[in-house]
Design a protein around this ligand. Structure first.
Ligand code: MN
Length: 306
């Protein structure tokens, strides 16, 4: 077991909302194929401006939006237009390329949730982009509520389409409660603490920490103290590929990421082409230009050392 601490990162867009990022991290790049964990809020939208992320691209990954409070409006270049509310999953499979915008609803006064990325395996990373809106099922166990948004847990299966063995669930526990979950021993797991203090297999963590548990555990025992806890469980088979993650792209080589960037800049930022790989998203705000490439060549990274 180890604890991954969050660092604060301003999210892109005209008005920057600060998120707490625990993955990737200096110590760890992936948990299963989960490769990005951003935790935000509870933010009073009147103070922070809320979420306002103008159109931007993705490749080679899936984005998972999961809210605890508020509403976010999603639009993408495959024509999706979907509000997301707490208890609902927005899952966008970027595959060969997509663009999207995310804006908190004007009715939202409090915004609180997570945004996660899942790396696509090499065999599926060029699938045609698609979008799913899923209302996952919950189960009650030991006075706790478990909502399974990806994979299988506690007898519940999410219909969300993923490409590697994974699990993702929100867990709500009252104070002074013990919950034991059967989990796959071939999975590694992370438990992100949203609120309260939680012990996982005897290791204690709080606010925005991500508790990491390596492969081999067949149960996770969660214990709360004086406060109720909300946590997000993420797990999966260790992702045995090296990836190049840069800005909003996941590829396998430096040159591939350069090509993704050039297509975005040429087709969308310079408005040269609406039928390119990233398509078009209607938006009041201009699409977000990619930063300059670093002077050094990007190197593949991964938990797995070939
Ligand atoms: Mn995005």
């Amino acid at each position: 077991m180890s604890i991954l601490r969050a660092r604060e990162v301003p999210l892109g867009g005209l008005r920057a909302m600060t998120v707490r990022r625990t993955l990737p991290n200096r110590e760890r790049i992936t948990i299963g194929a989960w490769c990005f964990v951003d935790h935000f809020g509870p933010d009073r939208v009147a103070d922070t401006g809320g979420m306002s992320v103008a159109p931007h691209p993705h490749t080679g990954l899936q984005t998972v939006s999961w809210l605890f409070a508020g509403e976010v409006e999603h639009r993408d270049s495959v024509g999706s237009h979907q509000m997301i509310a707490p208890g609902q999953l927005n899952l966008m499979t970027a595959g060969s390329g997509i663009s999207h915008s995310e804006v908190s609803n004007a009715k939202t006064d409090l915004l609180h949730g997570v945004q996660l990325w899942i790396a696509l395996p090499d065999t599926d990373r060029f699938v045609a982009p698609f979008f799913e809106h899923v209302i996952p099922s919950s189960v009650r166990l030991a006075d706790s509520t478990i909502t399974v948004f990806v994979g299988d847990l506690a007898g519940v299966t999410s219909p969300a389409v993923v490409f590697t063995p994974l699990v993702g669930a929100e867990i709500l526990m009252p104070a002074h409660t013990e919950l034991t979950l059967d989990v796959r021993a071939d999975f590694e797991h992370g438990v992100l603490i949203d609120s309260g203090v939680l012990e996982v297999n005897g290791e204690r963590a709080d606010g925005s920490d991500l508790l990491y548990c390596g492969v081999g555990a067949s149960t996770l025992t969660l214990n709360t103290g004086d406060q109720p806890v909300r946590a997000v469980l993420l797990g999966g088979e260790p992702f045995r590929e090296q990836v190049v993650m840069w800005w909003n792209f996941i590829g396998r080589t430096h040159d591939e990421v350069v090509a993704f960037r050039e297509a975005w800049q040429h087709d969308v930022i310079e408005e040269a082409r609406r039928d390119g790989p990233f398509g078009y998203v209607p938006s009041d705000d201009p699409a977000i230009a990619a930063p300059e490439m670093p002077r050094v060549r990007l190197r593949p990274r991964g938990q797995w050392k070939p």
